[in-house]
Structures are given as C-alpha cells and as structure tokens.
Design a protein around this ligand. Structure first.
Ligand code: 4NP
Length: 157
C-alpha cells in the first residue's frame, strides 16, 4: 500500500484551532472515503495544555456541526518535521515559532498557512485565536477551517 499522506495542524495551545482542524479534516477524508490514505494529527507551539482535551467551548461548537474532538494536546517536536509531509499553521505567530524549530530548509518548506487554502474566505490571512473571544469566535474558526480543509484536500491530490 502507498505511504499515507501525513498532515499536522499547529496552533498555540493545541486546544482550540488545531484540534478542530484535525477533526474537520478527518471528517472530510472519511466523507470522501479516503481516510486510510491520510494520517492527521495536531500540536501546539506552547506546551502548557499538554494532555488536555480541546477547550469545552471548541468541543461544543464542533459537536453542533457533527465533529467529535478527542485529541489530547501535545507540543510540536522537531521529529514532527520528519514524520509529517505538511505542517499547517493557523497564524503568523505559529508560522514564526514553527519556522524557528525547523531543522533545515526542506523542513521549513513543509510549513503552510491554513488560510492559504481558503476559497470562500479568500480575504482571510489567519485563523484568529478564539481563546479570549466569545461564542462567535469559535464559529468563525470553524467556518474558516471547513473552507480551508476543502482547499487543502484538493491540494493533497
Ligand atoms: P489555540 O488557542 O492556540 O487555538 O489552541 C489558545 C489556547 C490556549 C491559549 C491561547 C490560545 N492560552 O493562552 O493558554
């Protein structure tokens, strides 16, 4: 069997945006019947929430759209650059932090911004951190992630 296509989504805490991206992308590849061709994970640049489930506000917003988020937060590690084909970050802060961790040029080339895959939200330049926002912030994140995951899926073909 061909190697799996391995995607790692990264945000700051790995409890809001990136585990939601992981859940949305996992649901998408399952819906398209190609889940066995993908390995999808997420991580954070900050380790303070390691071991935690996604934020309850993110889990309930995601659950209302049919996504069950069960990821346990973990920090990104330098080994992830070997293990994953693509590392997709949510904002410029994540981009800088992940770029600094990249061990070489080839590793740095694996980093992409999530919003670069948006099609409906083509004016979005980052997925905003919802942690200190209200309910609407989580809905905006999910809107952006659903749009970007469709574009990313096409880009993985
Ligand atoms: P995330 O959101 O990066 O989308 O997981 C945040 C989670 C936690 C914190 C900040 C952002 N924090 O400051 O603890």
């Amino acid at each position: 069997m061909a190697n799996k296509y391995k995607l790692l989504f990264v945000c700051l805490g790995n409890i809001c945006r990136s585990p939601a991206a992981e859940g949305v992308m996992q649901a998408l590849v399952e819906k398209r019947g190609v889940a066995e061709q993908f390995e999808i994970d997420s991580a954070g640049t900050y380790s303070g929430h390691a071991g935690d489930l996604p934020d309850p506000r993110m889990r309930s917003a995601a659950s209302r759209r049919g996504y069950n988020l069960v990821h346990r937060a973990r920090p990104i590690r330098v080994e992830d650059f070997d293990r994953f084909d693509r590392i997709i970050v949510m904002d410029d802060y994540n981009y800088e932090a992940v770029h600094r961790l990249a061990p070489n040029r080839a590793a740095a080339m694996k980093i992409d911004r999530m919003t670069d895959f948006c099609r409906s939200h083509s004016d979005a330049h980052y997925v905003p951190d919802p942690y200190y926002e209200g309910h609407e912030g989580f809905e905006i994140v999910l809107d952006l992630l659903e749009d970007a995951c469709e574009g990313l899926f096409e880009d993985c073909k």
